[in-house]
Design a protein around this ligand. Structure first.
Ligand code: MN
Length: 131
């Protein structure tokens, strides 16, 4: 079981991602902007952060860079969620401190598997679940 922070300003998208992750037995919490996301990461120490790159105010690149500046969050996997139009920004996303990225629209069938691949093996299974 992993604790996953979703930083995403689009409510429908946030709902979809949370639904898929919770259904698989993971604990999800969310923030709708960068500052709220950084505060949530600080106080709740997630195992992984899903980060929308197109956020109002502070954008995803800035949020990723800010998280990486904090020693406690230097090693947390950050997976960017970005529109296909911006997927060409791969280098920029990775150099901001993200470990990888997912393209919107999210494919519900492959989303979970991709997210879990960024977690250590013992966090991938639902609590009490079998492999
Ligand atoms: Mn957005």
């Amino acid at each position: 079981m992993a604790r996953i922070l979703i930083i995403e300003d689009n409510e429908n998208n946030c709902y979809l991602l949370s639904f898929i992750l919770e259904k698989a037995g993971h604990a999800v919490f969310s923030a709708s902007d960068g500052l709220g996301g950084i505060a949530a990461a600080e106080s709740r120490r997630p195992d992984l952060v899903l980060l929308d790159m197109q956020l109002p105010g502070m954008n995803g690149y800035e949020v990723a860079a800010e998280l990486r500046r904090r020693p406690q969050m230097a090693a947390i996997p950050i997976v960017a969620v970005t529109s296909s139009a911006m997927a060409g920004d791969r280098e920029r996303i990775l150099s901001a401190g993200c470990d990888g990225y997912l393209e919107k629209p999210i494919d519900p069938d492959s989303f979970l598997e991709t997210v879990l691949s960024y977690l250590p093996e013992h966090k991938r299974r639902a609590e009490g679940g079998k492999t």
